[in-house]
Design a protein around this ligand. Structure first.
Ligand code: C2E
Ligand code: MG
Ligand code: MG
Length: 276
């Protein structure tokens, strides 16, 4: 005998229903992302980084966008975490690396001043044993000098698997690429890791820059981080500079480079070609 089902009774409890909904959303997202890979729906935007002393654009950061045929442009924070959980971040990330190298080479061939392009790597990519081969072939196929490629890793990704991250990063550095530690201050913020990780650039997270003023403690802490980073031979980038006040603060504490909406928002490759 089957139990009698009351149609007003939920089939699952609140928590279970939520879990089922999340699982379905993940499956839908996974198949949509697979379609996006197959259908070439990703694009790269580039945001310029400016040198504090000269005011010139000195490098670019490649930032992915998903041009969904119905939903329009989807930002990376809305799909990279799911791509990361489902492993699809590997083919997507490999495409970003290949495209950024090809775009950089195309700019140089068109006579633009050569400058590095930075690509974000997720934790899963950092742990992928094919990563060095993927980067090696992107450089070879594009003909890009490795000195013009920067790999950005987050503190959290690097520290979760410290030994392996150090090994992979050392291997990659032998190619001649540079490594940046992204979003510094959002994870463990442990200064001791700065010495252990083979990095060249420290990117101070926007949360430090936000609300910074000459009188507050944020500025004192950030200034100490900049000083320490310089002593370790690292270049320091201030992320997310949006106002003139923030610009004068980060200049005052001797950050080397600035990235933020005040000086330049992410633009399409087409607009970048016109801008440079
Ligand atoms: P991120 O690597 O820290 O990149 C900087 C983010 O801050 C970008 O957001 C950029 O548009 C934003 N930003 C820059 N200046 C300002 C500012 O002045 N104010 C504000 N409010 N925001 C600013 P976006 O493009 O949405 O990317 C978000 C994150 O998604 C990135 O943070 C990165 O962690 C991830 N991401 C982007 N592209 C890729 C990719 O190709 N692969 C992977 N694995 N992650 C990516
Ligand atoms: Mg980044
Ligand atoms: Mg960042």
């Amino acid at each position: 005998m089957y139990p009698k089902i009351d149609s007003t009774m939920p089939l699952t409890s609140g928590n279970e229903a939520e879990a089922v909904e999340n699982a379905l959303a993940k499956i839908n997202m996974k198949s949509a992302l697979q379609k996006a890979i197959d259908g070439n729906q990703f694009r790269i935007c580039y945001q310029p980084l400016f040198d504090v002393s000269s005011g010139n654009i000195t490098s670019l950061e490649a930032l992915i966008r998903w041009h969904h045929p119905i939903l329009g442009v989807i930002q990376p924070n809305q799909f990279i975490p799911i791509a990361e959980q489902t492993d699809l971040v590997k083919p997507i990330g490999a495409w970003v690396i290949r495209s950024a190298c090809l775009h950089n080479m195309a700019l140089q061939k068109a006579g633009r001043r050569a400058m590095p392009v930075a690509v974000n790597l997720s934790a899963r990519q950092l742990l992928d044993k094919n990563l060095t081969a993927i980067i090696g072939s992107a450089l070879t196929n594009s003909g890009l000098n490795p000195a013009y490629l920067i790999l950005e890793i987050t503190e959290t990704a690097a520290i979760q698997h410290l030994a392996q991250a150090v090994r992979t990063l050392r291997h990659l550095k032998k190619f001649g690429v540079k490594i940046a530690l992204d979003d510094f201050g959002t994870g463990y913020s442990s200064l001791s890791y700065l010495d252990q990780l083979p990095i060249d650039i420290l990117k101070i997270d926007r949360s430090f820059i936000e609300g910074m003023s000459e009188e507050n403690g944020k500025m004192t802490i950030t200034s100490a981080i900049v000083e320490l980073a310089h002593k370790l031979g690292l270049e320091v980038v201030a992320e997310g500079v949006e106002t003139r006040d923030q610009l004068s603060c980060v200049t005052g504490i001797r950050c080397d480079k600035i990235q933020g909406f005040l000086l330049g928002k992410p633009v399409s490759f087409y607009s970048l070609q016109k801008m440079l």
